[in-house]
Ligand binder design. Structure first.
Ligand SMILES: *[C@@H]1O[C@H](CO)[C@@H](O)[C@H](O)[C@H]1NC(C)=O
Length: 629
């Protein structure tokens, strides 16, 4: 009783933690104190497309890509150190010539005069039409504009950056933003120490050619600046700096960025998926428990009676269920890699849930994912070895090699091709060679050896013993209903897990494409748990139906039913593309479908492995409980 109450309290604690975790984070870097007049470094990041109503591109450009002709610091821009995940997610952080000194308000500083040839002007205008945004990073904070949530009226900061320019949809005129008003919110600590607690940049377009005689840019004008595509342009970049006092303490400075859009919809989706999941679990428990106990008592009673009665239902196939399926090699490789992904995703989400992935560590989510993937390589080897030997496979050497390299090769090859495509289309956002090398090193030096070690450990544990013997001669399979065919069952079975997760998926996608921070990890974690439970339950239920129809080839069916959600994911990706995205360039389309393919493939492996493993243990349990002569 006491133990029971203790568990209840733990659960209550866990639930109380969820809303907190959406806004909770550990500060990643120590606060920096500035004195009056200390210079504050302004870093620039790559230019990214903004998600306003529709996303028009997926390509990001280096800030100092020559075509943009932004002002460079003396001695050239200096690269800033970044984490692997941050680079993979497109960050390229470099120094800039902006001069910002703590507590010095300045107005209309001329940054530089820039010469933009007509061809490059056309390129810039096209990017403005695609809603590209410029990203500054000041004291670790992304530059943003202050926005208001239309629904709740809350003020928040949008970390999407600020507009490169403004395209007028009516007149087709495209104005370049060449003046930036930088607003820095500061918080005074005692003894004249200041901390940066907010950064906003408001861009504007000003035709600031100097009035005759003067050499300084005249940025007091209201006339917008249009880049000519028929003549070369000489333009000025100007900026102003304003320091505004703020009472936000340093520890809470990220709160304005961690705006959860539509918390109601999150809750709605969560409750929706919880209902689906509990309904399912309940149904499966009822169906299986009642029918199976009835089945078992009847089967066992029949054995005791003298009459020779015919077996029926799933008991009929007791001599077949553990028959070796087609392609046990591929199946075990898939299952091993799927469980590997499951552990990787689960552990990363737990990290996120407890707030270790602070937004001030840029790219920490991707970095942790990568590290988890590397170090859980042993899981894939272990699971694959045990699955393969349970399936009676004997060619363990090729199995070992395939487990360690097949799936990562497909994924890395796809990413490599996409990267080549990016380089070929002369977009500057491709993953640099050094990063690729680092990932390959992680893979070859850590992940593969761990996978091999896991494999040998799995071999040592050997196969799971079958509870019933396999008949030497396979049974005939009677005709079965259409929905138990592999593909149909997979598509049907995939609906529920997908349905339980898709609203959250929508939020993940919009924050991914909107370049926004996604920090509703509490929701995401619960959704993930629900997804795993639903996948397992649906697969067990379908497998029961399959066996009742005297179809004993359940192995691949269970894998496909669990992985069926990937078909829906892919279809959803298509729909999202058609309705929310309108790419102007072919490269973005290729990138989108390349990444969609990878995500769907990984989801297929993950769901399939969950399905297969849960079906396997359910079947073991089932056939252990009957008496077979
Ligand atoms: C800078 O300007 C802002 C508003 O433009 C003002 O509120 C602030 O007090 C000024 N700060 C200093 C240090 O002069």
């Amino acid at each position: 009783m006491g133990r029971h109450r203790g568990r209840g309290r733990l659960l209550a604690l866990a639930i109380a933690f969820i809303p907190l975790s959406t806004a909770f984070y550990l500060p990643g870097t120590a606060p920096r104190d500035y004195r009056y007049g200390d210079s504050i470094e302004v870093y620039v990041n790559s230019l990214t497309p903004m998600l306003n109503s529709k996303l028009r591109s997926l390509i990001s450009y280096d800030y100092y890509d020559q075509v943009f002709h932004f002002c460079q610091p003396d001695g050239g821009p200096v690269k800033q150190p970044e984490s692997l995940g941050s680079i993979l997610f497109g960050d390229r952080i470099l120094s800039s010539p902006y001069q910002v000194d703590m507590m010095y308000n300045t107005s209309c500083n001329t940054l530089c005069r820039s010469h933009v040839p007509k061809d490059d002007a056309k390129f810039i205008n096209d990017r403005i039409k695609e809603d590209y945004g410029v990203n500054f990073i000041i004291d670790g904070l992304p530059s943003s504009e202050m926005r208001q949530d239309v629904k709740t009226g809350e003020i928040f900061l949008d970390a999407q950056g600020f507009n490169l320019g403004k395209a007028d949809p009516q007149t087709q005129q495209v104005a370049l933003n060449n003046h930036y008003d930088i607003w820095i919110q500061y918080h005074v600590k005692d003894n004249a120490q200041y901390r940066v607690v907010g950064v906003m940049v408001y861009p504007s377009s000003r035709d600031s050619s100097p009035v005759d005689g003067s050499s300084a840019a005249n940025c007091k004008t209201d006339r917008p600046l249009f880049l000519s595509e028929t003549n070369d342009n000489d333009i000025y970049y100007t900026y102003s700096v304003n320091f505004i006092p703020s009472d936000i303490p340093w520890g809470l400075r990220w709160d304005a960025y961690l705006h959860v859009f539509d918390p109601k919809i999150h809750w709605f989706s969560l409750i929706n998926s919880l209902i689906i999941a509990s309904f399912l679990v309940f149904m499966v428990a009822m169906v299986l428990y009642r029918t199976i106990t009835k089945d078992i008592s009847r089967y066992n009673a029949i054995d005791l009676s003298e009459d020779v009665q015919e077996d029926y239902g799933w008991k009929l196939v007791h001599g077949e269920v553990f028959r070796v399926p087609d392609r046990p090699m591929v199946l075990s490789v898939f299952v091993g890699n799927g469980i590997h992904l499951l552990i990787m995703a689960g552990v990363t989400l737990i990290f996120a849930l407890f707030g270790f992935l602070s937004p001030s560590n840029r790219g920490s989510l991707a970095t942790v994912l990568l590290i988890c993937w590397t170090f859980f390589g042993c899981v894939s080897g272990y699971v694959s070895a045990r699955t393969y030997s349970t399936l009676g496979g004997e060619q363990w050497k090729p199995n070992l090699v395939l487990t360690a390299i097949l799936v990562p090769t497909v994924v890395f090859a796809t990413i490599g091709l996409l990267n080549l495509f990016l380089i070929g289309s002369s977009a500057s956002g491709a993953v640099p060679f050094g990063t690729i090398l680092a990932i390959l090193l992680l893979w070859f030096v850590i992940s593969i050896p761990l996978s091999v070690a896991g494999y040998f450990y799995g071999l040592k544990h050997g196969p799971f013993p079958h509870p019933v013997r396999v008949n030497p001669i396979p049974r005939q399979i009677p005709p079965k209903p259409w929905y138990l065919n592999t593909l149909q069952a997979a598509i049907l079975g995939g609906i529920l897990p997908f349905g339980a997760a898709f609203v959250e998926l929508y939020f993940v996608l919009s924050s991914l494409f909107g370049n926004r921070a996604y920090y509703a990890f509490g929701f995401l974690f619960l959704t993930f748990v629900v997804l795993v439970l639903t996948t397992a339950t649906v697969t067990v239920l379908f497998t029961y139906f399959i066996l009742c129809a005297e179809e004993y080839r359940w192995h691949w069916r269970a894998f496909m039913i669990g992985g069926g959600q990937a078909f829906w994911l892919f279809a959803y990706g298509l729909w999202y593309w058609a309705s929310r995205l309108s790419f102007d360039n072919f490269t973005s389309v290729v990138l989108y479908f390349g990444y969609l393919f990878i995500v769907a493939l990984l989801d297929f492996l993950l769901g399939g492995a969950i399905g297969y493993i849960s079906a396997y243990f359910a079947i073991r349990r089932l056939y252990t409980s009957i008496r077979v002569d």
